[in-house]
Ligand binder design. Sequence first.
Ligand SMILES: Nc1nc2c(c(=O)[nH]1)N[C@H]1C(S)=C(S)[C@@H](COP(=O)(O)O)O[C@H]1N2
Ligand SMILES: [Mo]
Length: 186
Amino acid sequence: MTLLKTPYIEKKPSSLRYYQEGVPNIDVDAWTLNITSLTGNSVKLDRSALLALPQFTHHRRMVCVCNWSIKRYWQGVLLEDVLTEARIDTQATANTFLKQTSVGTTDKGVYESWIRLDEALERSTILAHSVDGEPLPLEQGYPLRLIDFGLYGYKNVKGLTSIEVVDQWQLGHWERIAGYALDGTC
Ligand SMILES: Nc1nc2c(c(=O)[nH]1)N[C@H]1C(S)=C(S)[C@@H](COP(=O)(O)O)O[C@H]1N2
Ligand SMILES: [Mo]
């Protein structure tokens, strides 16, 4: 049996350094992913609904401008399948964006990020619930994190609770504070 474990994981910098709003309190039985269409229709999926969708493992590198990268075994569902489950047409995505919002904390609020929806779908963006075969540790994004592997890490929200299709994008936290690119590529 192949062990799906990231080698040299001890070299990875602490996730707490890059969890700017802090680790959220999650009651996974109450947690849902809220999915909102461009016309404002909303659907909620809980963890078991996500686990009932086709599952994928991506052995891919996550890279960020905050100076490091790591190749890990990410397990989750396709963004495309989640949107389809919410009856959103994944073909009609030109000039639309996906707004992601984290659960956040009462102290520091939420982390938001906007990405191009058509490109995210072309790149088989996933919503990961596990890494190296175990549920995501809290600081690494439990219960769910979006990963578009074509973009830097600051675009990919951990502790995710809402995704919305919108017709405009805005600067997220690091784009505003540190001058990172809106399109997530530099
Ligand atoms: N909710 C939330 N998601 C986030 C961040 C954050 O501060 N809050 N930081 C991002 C940045 S800059 C990086 S590099 C990665 C870090 O992920 P890791 O926990 O796997 O190290 O999470 C990204 N997603
Ligand atoms: Mo980052």
